[in-house]
Design a protein around this ligand. Structure first.
Ligand code: F6P
Length: 532
């Protein structure tokens, strides 16, 4: 039995580490345990073969189909799922988020990324004004002589725009080359600057806090590059005007001599990993144009409406979340492989890693109690069919329970390529069959595959701006729903701060030989022998 999903939690009253959690006390949680024991021995192949299985186990929203027919569930499971969602107060939690309550209680902030994709008419004046400023700045750049735009940002100030830009490449509507630099590794910026023409290059400094070391270092180095290439003083107005900023800290950006007219604001009620809908999406508006970006927003808004108004068992994000809890907490599947059968979604898993793991990779609940049940899964994966030649061996023949999400666009970008697209789709569906059916090892034991491995599939008619908005919003609300069930604050990220703080002291040790711990000191000493 894994420590992460104990069937019964031993309560030691005075020991914080074993304080009882509400979730584990709930009768429905115990009913799910009992139900899991029964279904553990179910034959997934037979379940999938039942008449009407697909009809009962898929949900369709416009051009998106969420197919969970290959999951170890039955009618009783669905009932328990709905009961769990109800008893965890999911409806109240959704109402709180969409009414602007400060549900991010550790930072005393509301969570309103959903507002950013609402129609103009529903926006407060300040939000509408910022959206219009976003479109104005993007259009000004799109019609200018600019040839290259470099986005300097990391985490949520990079992953969303990078992922969506790649996913919607066929919809790019500009000759401007948009580049993304995130890492402080000097090679990252150097590689991009080598491709840019300094006389026609702009930089977007995307940083909600405007304190992120990587982004500020890249901004400084970018300015030095421009100064040297254009032979202009670092603080000249001409150079300053080559920089735009997207931030919640306008005054900080102005301290770096970015002109107020070049600063787009984001609010503290938009988490970095939920910010692609905000002015952090400036690179996307430059690439796609205003109308296509509005379609992208509209897709997400459609999912917001679906999420708020649909019964749990017909609610795509809620079913995604409950199936994840089912596998994670009751079948010890503590990792989730996300496998898009689409080269355009090559950055989708990277994006989901921050969205999911930075939101729910926690072990203290909203009341500050230590959690002793599994929470956020490890999100990993890669693009099909490539990963069939990488880790599918483990997926098929390892004993490790692993959650599987396949994402399968159906239409090829060019209709004349549909026959090849069909081969891609056939590969995905073939793998899904193999996960269910397995194969006997009668002839050769090494060939034995247990099968019986559950999976989800998202079928998407095509990777359009609207459908990408829908897909992302489904995952956002899945993460929110799991956070509610696990009783977490999904919107802060205290775990990332300690390492950053310790790095400051290490840098002192590296640069000024300041005192540090023995291992670090010895590592620095060794490295210095190479640097000299
Ligand atoms: O990883 C920590 C984090 O704060 C993320 O939540 C955020 O997306 C990223 O760093 C970048 O932060 P900023 O946009 O403030 O530079």
């Amino acid at each position: 039995m894994s420590i992460l999903s104990p069937k019964k939690i031993e309560i030691k009253e005075n020991n914080l580490w074993h304080r009882e959690n509400e979730l584990a006390k709930m009768p429905v949680w115990q009913k799910l345990w009992h139900h899991a024991e029964i279904l553990a021995n179910a034959n997934l192949y037979e379940m999938c073969d039942e008449p009407g299985r697909f009809e009962a186990c898929h949900l369709k929203l416009d051009e998106l189909i969420f197919d969970f027919s290959r999951q170890k569930i039955n009618h009783e499971t669905m009932g328990l799922f709905s009961e769990l969602a109800e008893l965890c107060g999911l409806k109240v939690a959704i109402d709180q988020m969409f009414s602007g309550e400060k549900i991010n209680h550790t930072e005393n902030r509301a969570v309103k990324h959903w507002l950013l994709r609402s129609p103009d008419a529903d926006l407060p004046k300040a939000v509408l004004a910022e959206r219009n400023k976003l479109f104005e700045i993007a259009e000004k750049i799109r019609v200018s002589e600019i040839t290259d735009v470099v986005n300097l940002g990391i985490g949520g100030s990079d992953l969303g725009p990078v992922m969506v830009a790649e996913a919607l490449k066929p919809y790019w509507d500009t000759d401007i080359s948009v580049h993304f630099v995130s890492n402080i590794d000097p090679a990252a910026l150097d590689d991009v600057l080598n491709k840019c023409r300094p006389e026609s290059t702009l930089f977007i400094v995307s940083s909600k806090s405007f304190t992120t070391e990587e982004t500020l270092e890249n901004m400084t180095r970018a300015k030095q590059w421009l100064s040297e290439c254009l032979n202009k003083p670092i603080q000249s107005e001409e150079l300053n005007n080559c920089f735009y900023a997207v931030t919640a800290k306008s005054e900080s950006a102005q301290k770096y001599h970015i002109h107020p007219d070049h600063i787009l604001s984001i609010w503290d009620w938009v988490g970095g990993r939920y910010s692609v809908w905000s002015s952090i999406g400036l690179p996307l508006v430059i690439l796609l144009g205003k109308n296509q970006f509005i379609e992208f927003l509209a897709g997400a808004h459609a999912v917001d409406t679906h999420f708020c108004n649909t019964p749990w068992h017909q609610n795509i994000p809620v079913m995604m979340a409950l199936l994840g809890v089912w596998q994670n907490n009751f079948f010890e599947a503590h990792t989730q492989a996300v496998i898009p059968y689409s080269d355009r979604l090559k950055y989708f898993t990277n994006y989901l890693q921050q969205l999911d793991m930075e939101s729910n990779g926690k072990s203290v609940d909203t009341q500050g109690r230590n959690i002793d049940y599994a929470t956020g899964a490890v999100v990993w994966g890669g693009v099909g069919t490539n990963v069939q030649h990488a880790f599918f061996q483990l997926l098929h023949q390892s004993k490790l329970p692993i959650q599987l999400d396949f994402i399968m666009p159906i239409l090829a970008e060019k209709s004349e390529h549909q026959s090849t697209q069909n081969k891609l789709i056939a590969n995905g569906l073939g793998q899904l069959k193999a996960f269910v059916e397995g194969q006997s090892g009668n002839s050769k034991p090494a060939n034995f595959m247990e099968g019986n491995k559950p999976s989800n599939v998202f079928f998407i008619k095509k990777l359009s701006p609207k459908n990408m908005g829908m897909l992302i919003a489904c995952y956002e609300h899945k993460v929110f729903t799991q956070g509610v069930i696990w009783n977490l604050n999904s919107f802060d990220q205290p775990g990332v701060e300690l390492g950053k703080k310790l790095a400051e002291g290490v840098l002192e040790a590296v640069t000024h030989n300041a005192k540090t711990d023995n291992l670090t000191a010895q590592a620095i000493q060794l490295l210095n022998s190479w640097v000299k």
